[in-house]
Design a protein around this ligand. Sequence first.
Ligand SMILES: Nc1nc2c(ncn2[C@@H]2O[C@H](COP(=O)(O)OP(=O)(O)OP(=O)(O)O)[C@@H](O)[C@H]2O)c(=O)[nH]1
Ligand SMILES: [Mg+2]
Length: 440
Amino acid sequence: MAIGKAIKDAISKFLAGPGADQRAVEELVRGIQRGLIMGDVRVELVQELSDKIRRRALEEKLPQGISRKEQIIKIVYEELTALLGERPPKFTTGGKHPYVIMLLGIQGSGKTTTAAKLANYLKKNGYRVGVVCADTYRPGAYEQLRQLLEPRQIPLYGEPGSDDAVGIARRGVEELKKQNLDVIIIDTAGRHKEQESLMREMREMERAIKPDEAMLVIDGTIGQQASAHAEAFHKATRFGSIIITKLDTSAKGGGALSAVAATGAKVKFIGVGESVEDFESFNPSSYIASLLGMPDIESLVERVKLAELETSEERIKALMSGRFTLEDMVNQLRDMRKLGPLRKILSKLPIPGMADLPEEELEKAEERIKKWTAILQSMTQEEKANPSIIDDSRARRIARGSGTLERDVKELLKNYQMSKKMMKSLKRAQWKLPKQLLQK
Ligand SMILES: Nc1nc2c(ncn2[C@@H]2O[C@H](COP(=O)(O)OP(=O)(O)OP(=O)(O)O)[C@@H](O)[C@H]2O)c(=O)[nH]1
Ligand SMILES: [Mg+2]
C-alpha cells in the first residue's frame, strides 16, 4: 500500500536519525503528509493532523523513562488513528430475533460479495445466518450468491426470474424466519435503469421490510469521494453503518476511511480481498498498526501511556478537589486496565486471597469495564455531566446504543453514586490527614 509505504519510510528515517528535535519532527510530518495525500486523504484533514502532531510534539511533557522519539511515534499513531474515527461497538443483534440487515450500494461496490462475507463472518461468530437475494437486475445474481453460500451451508432465498424485488425481500424474510435464524441479510440491486429508480426501490424495500440495520457498501478505491457517496445515500435511505470494500487493491483506502469518518458515519466492517474470508470488523488502531507495518506499536503506545499515567498528578488533584464525574470514574478504571490485564494488577495487590481470585470473577470484572466504556460512549454530554437526568427511557436508549442491557446502565449509575459518596468522605477525611502524607 503506497500510503503505508510513504509513512513507513518517514518513520524509519525519523527513528534512524540523530535526534528528535523540531527539524526532525518537521521532516517526519512532511513524510506523513505525502503518504496521506497519496492515499487521497482530504487536504484539510491532512493539514489539521499535521498541526496537531506539531503542537503536541512541542507541548507534551516527556514522561520519565520514555525517549523523545518514542513519545513522538505515539503521538503520530494516536493522531492517525483518530483520523479514522472511533472503534465501532462489537456487532450485536441486541436480542432481536431475527435481526434483519439490508445491504445498500451502487453497482459493483461489492454488495453481493459482502453479503457472503458478512454471512460467513457472523456464522463463525456463532450466529445462524441466512441470505435473501433481492437483486432482480443483475443477471445471475442468485447464482453468484448460491456459489458463495452453498459450500458454507448458509441458507439462501431467491426467486430467479422474478422482477418483484420488494416482494422477494418480504417473502424471503418470512421464509427464512421459519428456519429460526438469528440474522437475515438482504442483498439488493446496484444496477438499475437509472440512479433515481434504484433509490426509489431501496426506499420502498426499506419501508416494506423495516430492517433492523441498513448497511451501506462503498468501494474503497473511490477515495475521498466516499463521503459524497455516503451523503447521496443518506438522503434517500437511513443507513446505520458502512462497509468499505476493496481496501486491498488501492492506495485510496485511507482516503475513503477518513472521509467517511469525517461525516460521523460508522465504518463497521472492511473488505480486504476477493475471497469470502477477506473480511474484518473495523478497528482503526489495528488498521493503522498494519498500515505502518508496526504490529507491535500498540505495546509501545501502552508503555508511553503508562509512563504518562505515573506522572499525572493533575488528575489526582482534580479528584481530591471533590469534582468527580462519571467519566472520571470510568477513566480511572481504564487507567487501571492500562497497567495490564486486571488479573495482573489484582494479583499484585497485597490483599490476602486476591491473587487466587477465581478466573470467572476476573473475567467478569474485565467484562464490566468494557461494557461501561461502551455505555459512556453512548451517553450525551449532558447525561455525562448530570447522570441524575437518566430515567428509564434514557437508560433504554443508552443500552441500545452501546449494545448492553438496561440493567448494565443502571449498574454503572449505581456504582457511580457509591463512588461519589466515597470520594466525598475521602475529601472530608483529607483535612485530618497529616500534610506529609498528602504530598506523597
Ligand atoms: N479485491 C477485492 N475485490 C472485491 C472486494 N469486494 C468485492 N470485490 C470484487 O468487486 C467486484 C464486484 O463485487 P460484487 O459483490 O459483485 O458487487 P455488487 O455491489 O454486488 O455489484 P452489483 O450486483 O452489480 O450491484 C467483484 O469482482 C468482487 O470480487 C474486496 O474487498 N477486495
Ligand atoms: Mg450484486
